[in-house]
Design a protein around this ligand. Structure first.
Ligand code: 8X3
Length: 250
């Protein structure tokens, strides 16, 4: 029987690339996102390889998260792999100029959203004494940078939650993997800069950024190790990147 993975933020970027990598490895998919039409397209596309179902919710809405996951039919309930990928950056400015709505979006999505989804999935993993939770953190969670206080704080929280989950869930045979990517070329910067495509483009100019497929590859490695091995933490930098804000451009 195929393993079952639930992926949040599956409609684009790292989430979508992870879905592709999992489908190519015969892992059935529960694709979660906010855009129903994109989820429907992906369902058709991945169904050629594996079984696929979709759930439409915003991770920030606890009731929707809990209802959606509870609505899964019996054959989808035994989730083997949870990929907590949904998350975004909103704004890049000194903290005194930060916008409350941006702070709320980052804390609610990157931190509380991850908790809401995990809350709905962990009990069955504990009951079954097996499972693997992959949390998408960031190098921003390991090192704070100027103008990024709240985004970095939200990803620091993910780091702490990954560690905490490992303390609490290891005894139930559940593996926790924390993945911290650096500069990945997705719509991350477009969202951070609120649709300013010019500014977003500049982030990835003059060097070769990580591609979503590279992160998916790391996730695939982590979930395919022998049962005796837990990959606790993976940090990925672009080759030209030495720290979150140190990138050697040509
Ligand atoms: C995204 C990576 O370095 O832009 O999480 O914060 S960075």
């Amino acid at each position: 029987m195929n393993r079952i993975a639930l992926i949040t933020g599956a409609t684009s970027g790292i989430g979508k690339a992870t879905a592709e990598a999992f489908a190519n490895n015969g892992i059935d998919l529960i694709l979660c996102g906010r855009r129903q039409e994109v989820l429907d397209e992906l369902k058709v596309y991945f169904s050629e390889k594996v079984k696929v179902t979709t759930l439409t919710f915003d991770v920030r809405n606890q009731e929707d998260v809990s209802n959606a996951i509870a609505s899964l039919p019996e054959e989808w309930k035994n989730i083997d792999i949870l990929v907590n990928n949904a998350g975004n950056a909103h704004g890049l400015e000194p903290i005194q100029q930060g916008k409350i709505e941006d702070w709320d979006a980052m804390i609610d999505g990157n931190v509380k959203g991850l908790l809401y989804v995990s809350k709905a999935v962990m009990p069955t993993m504990v009951e079954r004494q097996t499972g693997h939770i992959v949390n998408l953190s960031s190098v921003a969670g390991k090192q704070t940078y100027a103008n990024g206080a709240v985004y970095c704080a939200s990803k620091s929280a993910v780091e702490a939650i990954s560690e905490g989950m490992r303390f609490d869930l290891t005894q139930y045979g559940i593996k926790i993997t924390n993945i911290a990517p650096g500069a990945v070329e997705t719509d991350f910067s477009l969202v951070r800069f609120k649709g300013d495509a010019e500014r977003a483009k500049k982030v990835y100019e003059g060097f070769e950024p990580i591609q979503p497929e590279d992160v998916a590859d790391a996730i695939l490695y982590a979930i395919n190790t022998p049962a005796r091995v837990t990959i606790a933490d993976i940090v990925l930098y672009a080759k030209a990147q030495a720290a979150p804000t140190v990138i050697y451009r040509k």
